[in-house]
Design a protein around this ligand. Structure first.
Ligand code: ADE
Length: 247
């Protein structure tokens, strides 16, 4: 997976993706990161990339020219037959989900466009953006953090990035269910014991308990997800019991 990030703050992206799992994935070249400073494409001797909005109003707007040139610079380096996905981070976009992460993870290259100030001149967005994406219904100061959130979620789906291949599958949102609770040593902590079944060594019972816990958690914490969950008839009955008992 090759990420290309158009931004006014390349150091923020570089630092954010330099540690832990993503840092290791970059060392192994499982993912690559290219940051492109939009300011390098300024058309102005003071390296300005923004200007006042036509029609008046507060704040500044990023100019179309530098953004387009930065995009062209990236596009010319990418050899792909498929149309290139250019993701613009904006609270006006489609809200990012695990299903979207899975879809983006299938691409070879992804371009992220990070805006600042009051936004970017609409004309360049119309020319280059293929996907408008929001990471949630709140407003941030720029697209850098949202792009990092997306790169994190996408990278862990790239084969080899997680040590443990199964853990990307058996987890929150797989099957639209939340993950079951986890425990490690010690067996007792502040008087609370690890559930007996997990110490039993009985794999089938453990699987069954975990599945039930996943359903219970989802009922309790994210009932909105249940509609998309793939439950057996027996599990549906269990879910309805949980819902009617008000667990
Ligand atoms: N830019 C500012 N706020 C944002 C959000 N919530 N998601 C994506 N990009 C943004």
């Amino acid at each position: 997976m090759n990420y290309h990030v158009l931004t006014l703050f390349p150091e923020m992206i570089e630092q954010g993706l330099n540690t832990s799992i993503l840092g290791r994935a970059r060392e192994k070249d499982l993912i690559t990161l290219q940051t492109i400073n939009i300011r390098d494409f300024s058309e102005n001797k003071h390296l300005k990339v923004d200007d006042y909005p036509y029609g008046g109003g507060a704040g500044m707007v990023m100019q179309a020219g530098p953004v387009y040139k930065a995009y062209e610079h990236v596009k010319n380096q990418i050899a792909t037959e498929k149309p290139l996905r250019v993701i613009y981070l904006t609270p006006q976009g489609k809200v990012f989900t695990q299903a979207m992460a899975e879809e983006f993870a299938m691409e070879q290259d992804l371009v992220f466009l990070c805006g600042h100030y009051e936004g970017i001149d609409e004309r360049v967005l119309e020319k280059i953006v293929t996907d408008n994406v929001s990471i949630g219904d709140y407003v941030l100061t720029g697209g850098e953090l949202p792009s990092m959130v997306m790169m994190d979620a996408i990278s862990r789906l790239v084969p080899g990035v997680l040590n443990n291949d199964v853990s990307a599958e058996i987890e929150s949102f797989h099957d639209n269910l939340l993950e079951y609770p986890q425990y490690t040593r010690p067996e007792e902590f502040m008087g609370e014991k690890v559930p007996d079944v997990l110490l039993s060594g009985h794999h089938a019972n453990i699987e069954k308990w975990r599945r039930e816990q996943s359903i219970l958690r989802t009922v309790q914490r994210r009932p909105d997800l249940l509609e998309g969950a793939n439950l057996t008839d027996k599990e549906k009955r269990l879910m309805k019991e949980m819902l009617s008992e008000g667990v």
